[in-house]
Design a protein around this ligand. Sequence first.
Ligand SMILES: Nc1ncnc2c1ncn2[C@@H]1O[C@H](COP(=O)(O)OP(=O)(O)OP(=O)(O)O)[C@@H](O)[C@H]1O
Ligand SMILES: [Mg+2]
Length: 700
Amino acid sequence: MNPAATARAKKKSTQGSASAGTGKRGRRASETQSDLFGSDASLAPLDEPTAAKAGTRAAGPRKSKSAGGRSGADVREEGPTTAGPPTTAGPPTTAGSPTRAGSPTAAKHPRRRRAGGKGHGTEDLFGSSTEEAESPSASHVADAGSGSAGGDPYDSGSDGRLEVATDAPAGNGGGRRASKPRARVDAGTMAKKQREISVSEFFSKNRHLLGFDNPAKALLTSIKEAVDNSLDACEEANILPELVVEIEQKAEDRFRISIQDNGPGIVKAQVPRIFGQLLYGSKFHRLRQSRGQQGIGISAAGMYGQLTTGKPLVITSRIKKGKPAHQFEIQIDTKKNAPTVIADREVEWAGVDHGTRVELELEATYRKGPRSVDAYLEQTALANPHVRLLYAPPKGESVVYERAARELPVEPKEIQPHPHGVELGVLIKMLQETRTRNVKAFLSAEFSRVSPKVASEILTAAGIKENARAATVAKNDAEKLFRAIGKAKIMAPPTNCLSPIGEEMLLASLKHTVPLAAFYTANTRSPSVYRGNPFQVEVALAFGGNLPGDEPMQLYRFANRVPLMYQQGACATNKAVIDTAWRNYNVQQSRGSTPIGPIVLLVHIASVWVPFTSESKEAIAHYPEILKEIKLAVQDCGRKLSMFIRRGLRERDAERKRSYIEKYIPHIGIALREILALGDKQEQKIVETLKDTLEKSRKL
Ligand SMILES: Nc1ncnc2c1ncn2[C@@H]1O[C@H](COP(=O)(O)OP(=O)(O)OP(=O)(O)O)[C@@H](O)[C@H]1O
Ligand SMILES: [Mg+2]
């Protein structure tokens, strides 16, 4: 374990004895867990008081439990017996730790379960169809069958028709010999196979795009999606977030996770679509900094749980004190991308005035280490000092991350799109859909920073009348308008849509996480813009102390306060860091690689739309504007670090010289006394004069 991690671990364990309210985060929670939300999760269906009879866990307030033990927090049925799909057929599992960020070692791991007796093309709820994509053997078969490896046995004739090459040489790479000519397939036959693909079917085949490519990552991704949602919801509702994250191990490769928040809750009618439909959410269409943005996260986690265990998502939510709490069991119909409500009931939820609890059972692996759930939650606490977080891992003691700040971050405001970020197609669509009466009103109402004066200037430059109808412009003059917008001088977009962590908070958090470094610095850049989207970069750096000096620096990446745990190599943050000339700052670095030294670097990018490289939201795309801003912030910290290192070097040098003076001048005094037959006083005076002169000349 590296010293930074050791330091954090120590901090955590020493904080175990700290009392609540000390402001320290990460203390042991065995004594406080049960009181976090009162009897935090005493859920009991109103109409099912004798839950024990049904083989479920007992309802009622959580009892104090031994370290790491679990409470009888809720009452739930062990999954639907009729509505849910059978649980025998599991998905192919690519179990195993990735050797590098984002490169799972799937091939090394035997498939745990196969969908019995089905061909590899079988498309079923349990993901057997994904075997095609994930199984090395499947792709091998495909290659051999295609004949491409060994030459196509069919040749294109000069008249364009296919002729059978009956004399394909044996041993030509394993190509099959064609015994009879292949019948032509006409477009009509092909048309019968062409049909719509639902977004859920697509993502259940391509679950790796959503961060579910191996069981360890699946656990992290599911928790991350729910935690991100909880924090977004609390902040949007102006509630200081209190979260409880629990992981319970049900079998070797099966876990039940629950994430509970004290947020605004979710109105009953919305619950099914939020949790049982991909691409449904409140954040995609707005321009405002938030952790979620796509409308996929939590339903994808539910779908993964359903695919791997057959169990539904269980959601409990209350929107107001005095209102009943509702509990839903929801599955996703992947063919239709629509929710299936398995159960919907009112429940008792003692001690919880408002909030949401999401429970999910999934095939997963729990691991410690740099990309673990533990590390993710620790970094979440680092970037969100206003959050109180209780974490009960499957083994070991629970941890509480206490608040380091008692105030919510500045509320980010929703803004209109900036005209310089709009693409022609989008502009046309906006012109077609606007309700404004003419094109001038359209420009000033639907974009930020376009005053009526600027709108007039744009329209004059485009040669379009101010009172032209927007729909007419969409048809005839959209391109002219687009070009005029591109050339117009327009103020940069407003930046109150962003809520950076701030230098002070970054430093406090970093000092808390890496407490024994010798030097800390931070830099929050002014907001900037890429493709019309405002963004802001922040960097904090810790150096020296007990950090390891001979290892690559540790990089913590964050986007909208969310730790990014995978795909570091593909991230703009990483590129900007390795492209920085660290040698200028007295830090060792080989060309194009991560600098070596006792450094922890934290990079945060806040934006109304973080340009992730994929739906799993793990790495930031290489937009030149973003790379530049990260580099500038890193360079600022690098310069301050270099000053610190140089000052240290100078001090060490001065110390060395001083020690020479102390060591050798008295000997010179003795020699002079002997040569010049001086008395003690004269000798002493000469020694003092020499010391003085040397110290002055050496500026010591
Ligand atoms: N704990 C919660 N409390 C209140 N609302 C929630 C909660 N969880 C989810 N929601 C609502 O459900 C919507 C869908 O959540 P989901 O995670 O699927 O997408 P998202 O957060 O909008 O984007 P992303 O896919 O990037 O996470 C959210 O936009 C939010 O409106
Ligand atoms: Mg989300």
